[in-house]
Ligand binder design. Sequence first.
Ligand code: FE2
Length: 138
Amino acid sequence: MQLIWTQDLSVGVDAIDDQHKELFERINLLRIALSEGQGSHAIAETSKFLADYVLEHFSNEENYMSRYEYPDYQFHKSEHTAFMRNLVDFKKNVDRLESEGGMTSFLAIDMQRQLYDWLVHHIGEVDKAFGSFLIAKQ
Ligand SMILES: [Fe+2]
């Protein structure tokens, strides 16, 4: 399932929307790596490429939140932390499977579903709420 950014996911702030688009691109690369059954080494590289960007993007949003004294900062940040923890777990599974001799399609499907569900919820609700706050402040 390819992740496609659509206008209804816009949070109203171009800089954040652009980062979400880049995030989707990187998730799609991971999806391709998983679905093509690329080796676990390639998958580990692709998930690192994604995780690096997720970290950069989350800290970017969090900087905005503290700069503008966003009242829901702690809650929003806790969602980011939970997502990073999921990515770390995923990476551990990839490493474990590498030592056992290969990826399973179950892991690939599970990962896609988790990323997809989380992003749709997070961007559609949590980031949008923050976007509206930011627009009102600026
Ligand atoms: Fe966020």
